[in-house]
Write a protein that binds this ligand. Structure first.
Ligand SMILES: *[C@@H]1O[C@H](CO)[C@@H](O)[C@H](O)[C@H]1NC(C)=O
Ligand SMILES: *[C@@H]1O[C@H](CO)[C@@H](O)[C@H](O)[C@H]1NC(C)=O
Ligand SMILES: *[C@@H]1O[C@H](CO)[C@@H](O)[C@H](O)[C@H]1NC(C)=O
Ligand SMILES: *[C@@H]1O[C@H](CO)[C@@H](O)[C@H](O)[C@H]1NC(C)=O
Ligand SMILES: *[C@@H]1O[C@H](CO)[C@@H](O)[C@H](O)[C@H]1NC(C)=O
Length: 449
């Protein structure tokens, strides 16, 4: 009698295992050794593939012997069983929650946090760093254990790692008044618009940014930056030496940031901010931050590892402005960059930059999905996020305090706008005002704590 063999091959580290499926009388049976269902994920993928192959061949059988085969239902049941059992893993795999690669990344990340805490601990040993070290010890042990048996807890572990990372970042020395003068106050109210004005260049420039120099407290330096090419690129910034000049569109100076809007130092996207007479922005078509010091005309660049660009991770779902992958903000003594990475699953990553050296001093990872947010701003080391309510209303709904790692999801601070789309929102520590680029309109608000 003709014997049809189905081969189910599973690579188990070094040796291959063969599982025969056999045609008996009118049926075909595929038996899978259940020890193949253990970690790691590559095995599952291989098994999935093989089962699919098996399934295809079985389909052919099914066709041939549909009418006569009495054991077919049994065979189908076996396949259904296999499919049902694979489904869970398939789901985990597709959701990116489960793979050997992720575990390796996890381990690597853990090692980096550990090194960083050891450094901090050596410079300034205290209870927080001590606690962190013992917790890291425990976490490392748990990750090792996950390799063996606890593979469903990967997501929980990632969450734990994120929290540990944020605590490690917070425990690093943070300059002087960063903690003391801000008192972790959370904003309580936003006024009606105190400024509403069309930008001075053109109503057609619906994307850009505007505000007041975040550092120069004595001098009033207002700025306006429009994305003049495809709502994507810009290359000059319009400067005013007083509020009156700004309101009257007069006595301004257009400072060139780059020779043209397609130059490598041109501005991409609407995340721009001005701090210490220096423009901070996403450099043309790269995941890099540029700073252009108007005083010295010097441009610096810094790579932002893993940051999504080119509308990979923009803000917002509705009435959105494109090219909002990277948002720069300023508070008293630092510039912050808000972005996201594949590694953090599209949730907001927040890095603090030293404005003069242009290097990253701290990086925090939040649980806030960047797409669910229409814009962000920073006040005293607290990140705030807004969401779209309707064409004429926006709401601050979330805050993340970098000094405590605490996330507040219950805020509701509404504010008015004149049009649906938000290209840029930034907070100015010099006058406690919020500056909004709302389609072609420039709005400002007073804030209360
Ligand atoms: C299943 O596979 C494991 C390891 O590959 C082997 O030790 C075990 O004997 C197999 N069980 C059966 C029932 O074939
Ligand atoms: C699949 O088969 C195994 C053993 O052969 C059995 O324990 C399990 O309950 C079955 N699952 C389903 C969903 O039928
Ligand atoms: C971490 O664990 C190792 C051994 O596993 C131990 O020697 C070390 O003291 C532990 N460190 C802390 C901070 O608990
Ligand atoms: C810009 O240049 C001026 C003059 O050299 C310097 O004082 C200032 O610190 C620079 N600002 C930044 C952010 O690099
Ligand atoms: C930032 O850059 C300066 C000068 O290049 C360096 O001394 C400092 O250690 C850097 N800081 C970090 C956090 O990398």
């Amino acid at each position: 009698m003709f014997v049809y063999l189905l081969l189910l091959t599973v690579i188990v580290t070094v040796k291959a295992e063969r599982v025969p499926g056999q045609q008996k009388t009118d049926s075909c049976l595929c038996k899978v050794n259940s020890s193949m269902w253990t970690f790691p994920a590559v095995q599952f993928m291989e098994v999935t593939r093989q089962v699919q192959v098996c399934e295809e061949i079985l389909d052919e059988f099914e066709e041939k012997i549909r009418t006569t085969n009495v054991e077919l239902p049994m065979m189908e049941a076996t396949l259904k069983n296999i499919t049902a059992r694979l489904k869970a893993f398939d789901y985990l795999y597709k959701s990116g929650l489960y793979s050997a690669l992720h575990l390796r990344q996890l381990n690597q990340e853990l090692e980096e946090i550990h090194q960083s805490v050891i450094e901090t601990h050596m410079q300034n040993p205290n209870k927080e760093t001590q606690d962190l070290l013992s917790e890291l010890n425990k976490t490392k042990h748990d990750v090792q254990k996950m390799y063996k048996d606890d593979f469903f807890n990967l997501e929980t572990m990632k969450k734990r790692l994120r929290d540990l990372n944020n605590r490690a970042q917070t425990s690093k020395t943070i300059p002087t008044d960063f903690r003391s003068s801000c008192h972790q106050r959370i904003m309580t109210r936003i006024s009606s618009p105190v400024v509403t004005k069309l930008n001075s260049i053109s109503k057609s420039y619906i994307s850009g940014a505007w505000g007041r120099d975040a550092l120069l407290r004595d001098k009033e330096r207002y700025w306006e930056h429009c994305l003049v090419s495809g709502h994507k690129h810009g290359h000059t910034i319009r400067m005013y030496n007083s509020y009156e000049d700004f309101m009257a569109n007069k006595n301004y100076k257009d400072e060139p940031i780059a020779p043209s809007y397609s130059d490598k130092n041109a501005v991409q996207g609407s995340g721009t901010i001005l701090y210490d007479n220096t423009v901070f922005y996403q450099c043309y078509s790269t995941a890099e931050i540029c700073s252009f010091n108007i005083t010295t005309k010097a441009t610096k660049r810094m790579k932002l590892d893993g940051a999504g660009i080119d509308n990979k991770f923009p803000f917002c779902y509705y009435s959105c402005r494109d090219w909002t992958d990277i948002d720069l903000e300023a508070d008293r003594d630092a510039v912050w960059v808000i972005y996201t990475t594949v590694e953090n699953h599209g949730n907001i990553v927040l890095s603090r930059l030293d404005p003069v050296e242009l290097n990253i001093t701290h990086t925090f990872k939040t649980h806030l999905f960047k797409r669910s947010v229409s814009s962000t701003f920073m006040v005293c080391g607290v990140l705030y996020a807004t969401r779209y309510v309707n064409t004429y209303q926006e709401e601050v709904f979330y805050a993340f305090d970098t000094t405590t790692g605490q996330e507040i999801n219950s805020l509701s601070l509404p504010f008015e706008k004149v049009s649906a789309g938000i290209a840029n929102l930034n907070y100015n520590p010099a006058d406690d005002r919020l500056y909004l680029y709302n389609d072609a309109y420039l709005l400002a608000y007073d804030t209360f704590f």
